[in-house]
Design a protein around this ligand. Structure first.
Ligand code: KIV
Length: 252
């Protein structure tokens, strides 16, 4: 069980793999921490699975600050990664100012989406003393420009770009890199090429760890679940059952 980001490098070398899940509120964060998850991610996926938005581009920094604070109140041990949302890191100065707000809310480190093109922002965040996690591959904040969620690493050009992105983030000092929705062999190559811990989601099983959106494994967001996420509970079904039972009892 991870207690600090300084344990990432030894875990990459010796295992076991990192188990990472998202949390957006106090009770979930407290349960994940008690269960022994290695890292907790306050992901901007909360735009969809908490706020019912169509994608993550409507998530604001104020929303992320509020959810990060709630999560951090529930966590005693696991390091907490907080996402910098869309359009809050357009310049290095903006990235540092936004990252500081998430750190003040209690985050251990921050994450933003992008590789080579984001290196000035990444360097500025790290130079400000803020631990940093990268995120490459399919980038949900770019869904509108890209016209959908597209798996990466299918062409030689994409493979080269992904490896350049990973190496650049690693050289800049990222302690971990999320590899989202990419061909498994490419994720394996990146994992072997970088010192940072790789955390995969829809990127095969050879990364240093795996991250999933918690409502996907709990079955609490039944309207959409990606194919790589196995539902291990049926919270939606159990909620409907309990609520219907309550309604019947009140009306009886
Ligand atoms: O926002 C999020 O939950 C994420 C994961 C999908 C990695 O960034």
């Amino acid at each position: 069980m991870l207690t600090s980001l300084s344990e990432l490098a030894p875990r990459k070398a010796a295992g076991p793999k990192l188990a990472v899940l998202t949390a957006y509120d106090y009770p979930t964060a407290r349960l994940l921490d008690d269960a022994g998850v290695d890292l907790i991610l306050v992901g901007d996926s909360l735009g969809m699975v908490v706020h019912g938005m169509p994608d993550t581009t409507g998530v604001t920094l104020d929303m992320m600050v509020m959810h990060t604070a709630a999560v951090c109140r529930g966590v005693k041990r696991a390091p907490v990664i907080a996402d910098l949302p869309y359009a809050t890191y357009r310049t290095p100065e903006e990235a540092v100012a936004s990252a500081r707000r998430l750190m003040e809310a209690g985050a251990t480190c921050v994450k933003l989406e992008g590789g080579v093109s984001m290196i000035p922002q990444v360097q500025a965040v790290i130079a400000a003393g803020i631990p940093f996690v990268g995120h490459i591959g399919m980038l949900p904040q770019s869904v509108r420009e890209e016209g959908g969620y597209k798996k990466k690493g299918k062409t030689l050009e994409q493979v080269e770009h992904l490896i350049e992105d990973a190496r650049a983030l690693d050289a800049a000092g990222a302690c971990a890199i999320v590899l989202e929705s990419m061909v498994a062999d490419v994720a394996t190559k990146i994992t072997l090429a970088v010192g940072a811990s790789t955390i995969g989601i829809g990127a095969g099983v050879e990364t240093d760890g795996q991250v999933l959106v918690t409502p996907d494994i709990l079955g609490s967001f039944p309207w959409f679940r990606p194919p790589f996420a196995k539902a291990r509970a049926d919270v939606a079904g159990e909620t409907l059952r309990a609520v219907r039972e309550f309604i019947e009892e009140v009306r009886a």
